[in-house]
Design a binder for this molecule. Structure first.
Ligand code: ADP
Ligand code: F6P
Length: 319
């Protein structure tokens, strides 16, 4: 293949810019033309496509967000709308597409492949880490470290005031951000969608710990595991101890990618271009045991990858 395009879609994630840079420079190194699509599928159907050069990605490696912009485009589920995307690609003579995004983005990619035969390579880019075929998605590591920064700050103030706090983090239906940050931050309780929890038990344990002199407790709540205010109110009612609630929100999605995410960006981007250059099968790239892997889009979410052992470690270390 000689002419390819790249887009970012769904929620932005730290490392997307570094990954676009890797795609652009690998393509140019292989004498391929590389185009950037703005605003994900929303821009693709409107033909917001322009040629990228090596300088288009200068001074990008350290920047959060995505300079190509991203968007949610619900109408892309419609086959007629997907056809507009295919027409836009053909208008530029683009032979293959690299999409950087999450689960939804990959569903869009699968439709382009199956409905129209467009060759697509997917790069997992989302802070949620909610694709089971890959150990890590681009942006997850940076986001967890940002949450860790918040946990450290919360610890200072909560400990000083002898308070119990609840911090809600993102992740959609995946508890990985909460779990990894919870273990690394020494949280007492980690509430995730993958494991049922008992608020009566938690309330009783908090009360008991309070009576034996442990007056500060931290609960990390994954957004998919319950409603923060209801949980805090319930614990207060059952234990008599008030819970200070913080929703960390969009801060965790921005910021400069760390070393892990910049390396992933480079390796994913390089591999994705190689596949299109060699006219390889459409697939998603990922990382397993520190090796770059490829899988068909139909297998990106086969089976769960929630780390039950890490969850058990979180429980044991919080005692
Ligand atoms: P993410 O890619 O991070 O999971 P979204 O779920 O918002 O984020 O998906 C990104 C975009 O992918 C959507 O806005 C939509 O354009 C497209 N998409 C999502 N689901 C589908 C689907 N079932 N079929 C086709 N396209 C989809
Ligand atoms: O998928 C990334 C993510 O940040 C999720 O963790 C969160 O639920 C969602 O996106 C928020 O979406 P939006 O940016 O549309 O509010």
């Amino acid at each position: 293949m000689k002419k390819i395009a790249v887009l970012t879609s769904g929620g932005d994630a730290p490392g997307m810019n570094a990954c676009i840079r890797a795609v652009v420079r690998t393509a140019l190194n292989n004498n391929m033309d590389i185009y950037g699509v703005e605003r994900g599928y929303a821009g693709l159907i409107k033909g917001e496509i322009s040629r990228l050069g090596t300088r288009s990605v200068s001074d990008m490696i350290h920047k959060g967000g995505t300079f190509l912009k991203t968007a949610r485009c619900p109408e892309f589920k419609d086959k007629e709308v997907q056809k507009e995307a295919v027409e836009a690609l053909s208008a530029y003579g683009i032979e293959g597409l690299i999409v950087i995004g999450g689960d939804g983005t990959f569903r869009g990619a699968k439709d382009l492949i199956e409905n129209f035969g467009v060759p697509v390579v997917g790069i997992p880019g989302t802070i949620d880490n909610d694709l089971s075929y890959t150990d890590f998605t681009l942006g997850f590591d940076t986001a967890v470290n940002t949450v860790l920064w918040a946990i450290n700050n919360l610890r200072d103030t909560m400990h000083s005031h002898d308070r119990v706090c609840l911090l809600e983090v993102m992740g959609r239906q995946c508890g990985d951000i909460a779990l990894y940050a919870g273990v690394a931050g020494g949280a007492e309780y980690v509430l995730v969608p993958e494991v049922p929890y008992d608020l009566d038990e938690i309330s009783a344990a908090i009360k008991k710990s309070y009576l034996r002199g442990k007056t500060s407790n931290m609960i990390i709540l994954a957004e998919g595991a319950g409603k923060r205010d209801e949980i805090a109110a319930y614990i207060k009612e059952k234990s008599g101890i008030s819970v200070k609630v913080t929703n960390f929100g969009y801060i965790q999605r921005g910021g400069s990618p760390n070393m892990q995410d910049r390396l992933l960006a480079a390796r994913f981007g390089y591999k994705a271009v190689e596949i299109l250059r060699d006219d390889g099968e459409s697939c998603a790239v990922g990382i397993k045991n520190n090796k770059i892997i490829t899988v068909p889009f139909s297998e990106v979410n086969n089976g769960a990858k929630f780390d039950k052992n890490l969850y058990e470690i979180a429980r044991v270390l919080s005692l």
